[in-house]
Design a binder for this molecule. Structure first.
Ligand code: SF4
Length: 352
């Protein structure tokens, strides 16, 4: 074990249970945002940003979360670290429920986040050294500056060259390395990467992805990786979770979803991926129409207004997230996969 690793490893948040225990479990997470109007600023409606989301993340794995803009993936991330207050639901981290044995301060120490905008994430008045050391200093961790220098070296930034620089004096890729180092300075167990490589050039993106993969192995980290880029998600993730209009519609091992998407929405996301093969160009739009208004989402299955398999039962009843027969760990919320749903094509339709 290197000196840097010894220093960074989360000695202040000991792991509970074995590796099989989920590090994070989320049950029925819900967040509605009020839309206010009029002179008195009364609540006119509620935007259903996250509605009954449940999932878990095992220790050491990377869960990729995908979906269109506005599907609730970033709101879910903010709820997980308490940047946005949840309306309902449970967050259980390393066996302890938030609000019971686990305080928000503990959670923010164990879960760190890296955002897309590397510049806005940093205080422009702090040197890089101070930015990385700040959180560790606030939490009272030992030797925050030594920690910062060790982490800078680990993410590929020479402390002798970069420690006294300011965020505007480095490139976007270097700033994102600073943000990663800053997250690690808090000795997290779980790191949430919210479109963390989306704003980078492709060559820099590949370097940062490889760095993240190395850090995960080296420090035994667990990641939630949010992105709209399915190829990037495939590269780094063990499992993929697909969200649509505030709900989870499919979740499963990355290879299983890559080879056979079970939900029509996931299928259309994959169909929309650009292809380098001129014989394999997308000729018709894989998904018609805009996402429905989250203030007044469609009844039953929220995807029924855009789904080519929609039947009357889809409008009447919301599908449950069910494990697919013969596909352990692969779940989809679609009446096509529920033999008791009453959908005329249940169990018969192959999306592939
Ligand atoms: Fe389409 Fe119905 Fe399945 Fe929803 S439940 S995805 S509308 S087939």
């Amino acid at each position: 074990m290197s000196a840097t690793e010894t220093m960074i490893l989360p000695e202040n948040l000991p792991s509970k249970g074995g590796p099989a225990q989920a590090l994070l479990t989320v049950k029925n997470l819900r967040k509605y945002f009020p839309v206010r109007g009029g002179i008195l600023g009364r609540t006119r409606a509620m935007v259903q940003a996250v509605d009954g989301v449940s999932f878990s993340v095992k220790k050491g794995e990377t869960l990729g979360i995908v979906g269109e803009s506005g599907c609730g993936k970033s709101t879910t991330a903010r709820l997980l670290i308490g940047l946005t207050e949840k309306d309902d639901g449970e967050i259980i981290f390393d066996g302890q429920g938030l609000g019971d044995a686990l305080t928000l301060r503990d959670l923010r120490r164990g879960v760190q986040m890296v955002f897309q905008d590397s510049y806005a994430s940093l205080n422009p008045r702090l040197t890089i050294e101070e930015s990385i050391a700040f959180g560790a200093r606030v939490q009272g961790l030992d030797d925050p500056i030594g920690r910062a220098h060790g982490l800078m070296a680990r993410v590929g930034l020479d402390p002798a060259r970069f420690a006294q620089r300011y965020p505007h004096e480095v490139s976007g890729g270097q700033r994102q390395r600073i943000n990663i180092a800053r997250a690690l300075a808090m000795s997290p167990r779980l790191v949430i990467l919210d479109e963390a490589v989306s704003a980078l050039d492709k060559s820099v993106e590949a370097q940062v992805l490889n760095l993240l993969a190395d850090l995960r192995e080296e420090f035994g980290l667990t990641y939630i990786f949010i992105s709209h880029d399915l190829n990037v998600v495939r590269y780094i993730s063990d499992r993929i979770l697909v969200m649509y209009l505030g709900e989870v519609v499919e979740v499963g091992p990355v290879d299983a979803i890559w080879s056979q998407q079970a939900h029509p929405y996931t299928r259309s996301l994959f169909s929309a991926m650009p292809s380098m093969d001129p014989d394999n160009r997308t000729k018709t739009p894989p998904l018609s129409g805009d996402p429905p208004n989250p203030i007044n989402p469609p009844s039953g299955c929220r995807f029924h207004t855009r789904c080519r398999f929609a039947d009357i039962v889809c409008k009447a009843r919301a599908p449950q997230l069910l494990e697919l027969p013969g596909a352990p760990g692969h779940f989809a919320a679609c009446h096509l996969h529920d033999l008791g749903s009453g959908h005329p094509k249940a169990g018969k339709e192959s999306l592939g």
